[in-house]
Design a protein around this ligand. Structure first.
Ligand code: NDP
Length: 316
């Protein structure tokens, strides 16, 4: 009978407790808190699995019988805030059907927004102007996705039946029907050269931090648009603002930021070519995510390795 420790400072544990109670009623469920008055950790030796978001640095290594750490997000950059993650304990990424579906909805919505220049129409409507642009052909629109993993791969595949010309860039070659595969650092600039609507769905790692910078933005064609729904650290903010102001980049949709919430007064809030969303491209949903944790816990209890473990070298 496994015991799960939930550690997500600032998040509400009740929906998670309910989801585990419904899907794994035999499991123990304890909620970590920095406040000793409400902390339910109890006997640390009894904890088998930890479900975490931004774990307290140094705490996980004090759990002597921990079998796995489950990230509450697909991105695991939050885990490295703990410089003392326990050695030899698998770190498991979240792969959740609802998370994937939500992200693809977000990507499709904003690709269409930029393709059909809906932002321009919204501006004209605000001025009560009745004016039309020449309509663009989706078959001529080149969409490019940085990162073709669980999320980028699904979004790419779903853009194909909408007739966009879709390509993706990853570390390794991908074979997604209708999606041109670019891979490796030396194919990044050629990938950007052909991309009019760029979507970033990379993990934030030492290799990808600051990947959207003056050089890479300049490699996009004049008038390209950028959608970043990965992590704020992928973007060099000043370089993006300069590219928007020069007109080289026509528009940007940003869901994630270096500092969240995006500070009042940050230029992205008021930039006329920027759409800001509050890190909601796809949110972790307790019921469907718990299906993923339960599947993995059941695997591990049968002696099988968990699915989608994080490589501590590449950091994703
Ligand atoms: P995956 O690990 O499944 O996919 C990552 C992809 O990025 C892979 O295709 C990988 O290539 C590629 N990649 C990684 N490093 C490099 C590199 N150095 N060069 C080229 N390609 C690279 O991740 P997910 O798709 O599940 O998630 C992606 C990110 O989305 C998360 O890390 C998170 O930051 C973000 N996210 C944002 C949310 C939001 O609401 N805004 C919600 C959920 C996630 P390869 O396949 O060859 O290994």
């Amino acid at each position: 009978m496994p015991t799960i420790l939930y550690m997500a400072p600032g998040d509400k544990p009740e929906p998670w407790r309910d989801a585990f109670r419904a899907q794994m009623p035999e499991a123990g469920f304890r909620v970590w808190s920095a406040d000793p008055a409400t902390d339910e950790t109890g006997d640390k030796a009894a904890i088998d699995y930890a479900v975490v978001w931004k774990p307290e640095p140094g705490f996980l290594k004090t759990l002597p019988n921990l079998k796995a750490v489950f990230s509450m997000g697909a991105g695991v950059d939050h885990l490295w805030n703990d410089p003392e993650l326990p050695d030899g304990v698998p770190l498991v990424r979240l792969v959740d059907r609802c998370l994937t579906q939500g992200m693809s909805e977000y990507v499709i919505y904003w690709v269409i927004h930029h393709h059909r220049k809906m932002g321009v129409y919204a501006g004209w409507a605000a001025e009560h102007r009745w004016k039309r642009l020449r309509q663009a052909d989706a078959e001529q629109r080149r969409v490019g996705i940085l990162g073709l993993g669980e999320l980028g791969g699904d979004a790419a595949a779903k853009l194909v039946p909408l007739h966009y010309k879709v390509a993706g860039w990853a570390r390794t070659r991908k074979d997604i029907p209708g999606v041109e595969s670019f891979f490796g650092r030396d194919r990044l600039i050629p990938f950007l050269n052909r991309t009019e609507i760029l979507v970033c769905l990379l993990p934030l790692t030492p290799d990808t931090r600051g990947i959207l910078n003056a050089e890479t933005l300049a490699a996009l064609p004049e008038g390209a648009c950028v959608i970043n729904c990965a992590r704020g650290g992928h973007v060099v903010d000043a370089d993006l603002i300069a590219a928007l102001d020069s007109g080289h980049i026509a528009g940007a949709t940003l869901d994630v930021f270096h500092e969240e919430p995006l500070p009042a007064g940050h230029p992205f809030w008021s930039h006329p070519k920027v759409n800001v969303t509050p890190h909601m491209a796809s949110l972790t949903m307790p019921d469907s995510s718990t299906e993923w944790y339960v599947e993995n816990i059941n695997r591990m209890e049968r002696g099988l390795p968990p699915l989608n473990t994080v490589d501590r070298t590449t950091r994703y």
